[in-house]
Design a protein around this ligand. Sequence first.
Ligand code: HEM
Length: 427
Amino acid sequence: MASITSELLFFLPFILLAVLSFYTITVAKCHAGWTKKKRPNLPPGTVGWPFIGETFGYLRAYPATSIGQFHEPAHRTVRTYGKIYRSSLFGHPTVVSADAGLNQYILQNEGRLFEVSYPPSIGGILGKWSMLVLVGHHHREMRSIALDFLSSARLRAVLLPEVERHTLLVHRDWLLSSSSAVFSTQHQAKKFTYNLMGKNLMSMEPGEEETERLRLEYVTFMKGVVSAPLKFPGTAYWKALKSRATIVGVIERKMEERLEQMNEDSSTEADDLLGWALKHSNLSKEQILDLLLSLIFAGHETSSVALALAIFFLEGCPKAVKELRKQKLRGECKLSWEDYKEMVFTQCVINETLRLGNVVRFLHRKVIRDVHYNGYDIPSGWKILPVLAAVHLDSSLYEDPNSFSLGGGRSVPKRCLQFYQHKINWN
Ligand code: HEM
C-alpha cells in the first residue's frame, strides 16, 4: 500500500498537469465555434477551482426535502446569478438549471439538443450497455426491449399481483414479530423492493440463501455506482467492481441454466426478464447482463427511497393514513387493476412524496448543439444539469413547498407534471 501511495505522489504533478491541459482544451474548443462569430452570452456564474470547479460544494450532503445550499434562493449562486447559472462540475464547464421552463425544454429536446451524460463511474459499474449510459439507436433498442417486457398486460396480470404478494409477505413478518419490535423503514423498503425486483427480473425467491447472498453483494455494488471511480484496493469503487463480478457470475449461471431448459423444452416460458430477453430479443449475453443490472439499480434505488419517504411523511399526517385505509376495503379479494386505477388518493400521496422527497434530484445531460435559451448561449459540449428538486420546492409554484400537503387540493402546475411521470409510461 505504501509503495502505491509513493508512486501516486510521484505521478500526481503529471496527472494534475494532464487534467488541467485537458480541461483548458475542452473549454477552448467549446468557445472556438462562438468566437469566430461573436462572444457567447453565457449564463452568469463562476467556475471555481480548475477541473474540480465547484463539484465538492455541489455534492455536499443535504436533507431529501431541501434543495441544497447551491439552489437555495438565499444562496450566493442563485441570489447573484438567478435560476440559470454556469459553473464547473464533474470536470466540465456546466450550466445548472433550477428553472422550470429550461428543465422542460431540456427534456423535450432529448436527442436533438441534449443527450444523457452520466459520470464514467456509472458506466464502469452498470456496464456499457446500461440504459443510463447509452444514447441514440442503442438506447432506443434497449428501451423498447424493457418496455415490451413491461407491457400493460404484464403489469396487470403479473406485476400487480406480485406487488401485492410481496407486500403481504412483509406484513406477515411484521405480524409475526413481537409487538415491541422496532423496524427500520428504510431497511424494510429496500428488502421489499429488492425481493420484488429479484423475482421479476430473475425469478429469485425472497428469503432463499442465494437471494440473500446476492442482496448483500448488491449493497456493496450500489455504493460504487455513486462513488468516485478510483480503482485502488479498499475504495468503494474497487469493492463494487468485485461485487459486480460476483453478481455477473450468478446471473451468467442462471442464464446457462435457463438456456439449457429452453433447449430441452422450447415451450418453457418464464415470467421474468431474463427468460423473456433470452427468448424474445437478439441481445448478446453481455447486453442482457447490463440490462438486468441497470434495471435492478434504476428500480431499486428509486422505489425503495420513495416508499420509505412516503411512510416517513405519512407519520405526520394521520388524516391521510385514515383516507388511505378507505381506498381498499373490499374484503379478502385480491387487488385488481380496476381497484388500482380507482385509488386516486393513493396516487396523490405518491405524487406529493415524489415532489417533496426528490428521489432523483438532478439529471446529467450534455449539450450536443449550440443552444440559445432566453437570451443565453449554451455551447455544444458543455454539461447541463436540470435540477428537478429546485422546481419541486419552488415557492413561486407551490404554497409552503416544504410541507407534505394533500389537503386543500394542492394542484401541481401542469409544466411540473412531467417530472412526476416516469420516462416509462406505465398506463
Ligand atoms: C419512485 C420510483 C422511481 C423514480 C423516482 C424514478 C426516476 C427516474 C428518472 C428521473 C429517470 C430519468 C433519468 C435520466 O433520464 O437521466 C429514470 C429513468 C429510468 N428508470 Fe426510473 N424511477 C423510478 C422507478 C423505476 C423502476 C421501478 C424501474 C424499473 C423496474 C425504473 C427503470 C428506469 C429506467 C430503465 C430508466 C432509463 C430510461 C431511459 O433511459 O429511457 N425506474 N427513472
